[in-house]
Design a protein around this ligand. Sequence first.
Ligand code: GDD
Ligand code: MG
Length: 359
Amino acid sequence: MTEAVLLVGGQGTRLRPLTINTPKPMLPVAGVPFTVHQITRARDAGVTRIVLGTSYRAEVFREFIDGNDLGIEVVIATEDEPLGTGGAIRHALPYLTSGPDEPVLVFNGDVLSGLDIAGLVRHHVTSESDVSLYLTPVEDPRAYGLVPTDELGRVTQFLEKPQTPEEIVTDQINAGCYVFKRSIIDAIPTGRPVSVERETFPGLLEAGALVSGVVDRGYWLDLGTPLSFVRGSCDLVMGLAPSPAVAAIGSSLVLPGSVIGARAHLDGGTTIGSNVDVGDDCVIDGAVVFDGAVIGAGARITNSIIGVGSRIGSGCVIDGAVIGDGAVIGAGNELLAGARVWPDAVIGDTAVRFSSDRS
Ligand code: GDD
Ligand code: MG
């Protein structure tokens, strides 16, 4: 059996305002909370027990896990104060049952990937590594942890979010899944925040531990920003990203209880949540519409996230925007390129709003 720790305690700041009420891993992606895709993928790879390392809005996870059987044992560990990625892994230790030399998987809670999870564990065991890291090449590595390796696949450095051009020594990044020898987790300090990326990994390298990297070039996406969140959801619906938890693959997914108007066109992997009302002649392409939203006739919604119970007036054009839960957008508005509307905000008729917030 293999155990795993899933790190889901972050604040999801870049996805605000959606993460004000719901922690990032509990936001619906292709019809179910994102965390369900990760848990069911781990389950299908042979993981039998998962410790959810929660902090921010832990009660939302508790309620969901108590009410849903995912076919795998899920245990919730909650930090009173956020302990950082390394501190959260150490905090999960008393909840693990593995022996000191056994492998423990760790997942970042916002990564969608096609990784061969069982293959990573096998590599870890046969190479007798202390820690094994899943790595992937990306075009622009600056927002991630850079992880150069030598010709034998041993990690030589760990550079989290490099600040200078000299630090960009590779396009190979930490893809957010590790296998730890359990005894390595024992050695992480307790009682204070610890970053696994900035403290634990560099410390292990300095101490001469065997940290190996496994490069996988398959599907990989961090769902931390609005655009990547929408991308990930659409890729799941269209079958470009793998998950056992997608109900049906196609050009769009409509959950039960929704009503789609005449000539409305849904495409690009759009998900329409449950009890949504989509008006006549709407075009919704590459978007995620949460439960209970009402979309007026003729609205065009692309690359956007529409919050729970929000109301979009007829003829609105919404592209690259995030509309918070319960917001009301009057008819004929345009919200473009990074616009964010806070929960329950009301935007009157025909006002045109722009935002330069692209983070
Ligand atoms: N329990 C707990 N407590 N979880 C936390 C905490 C905490 O204090 N802080 C962060 N997390 C969780 C987040 O919920 C997320 O699932 C994961 O740890 C990583 O945090 P992010 O905030 O998403 O980090 P990032 O995306 O900037 O960078 C990380 O992921 C990249 C790959 O997506 C780093 O691990 C990078 O090295 C990596 O390249
Ligand atoms: Mg992230």
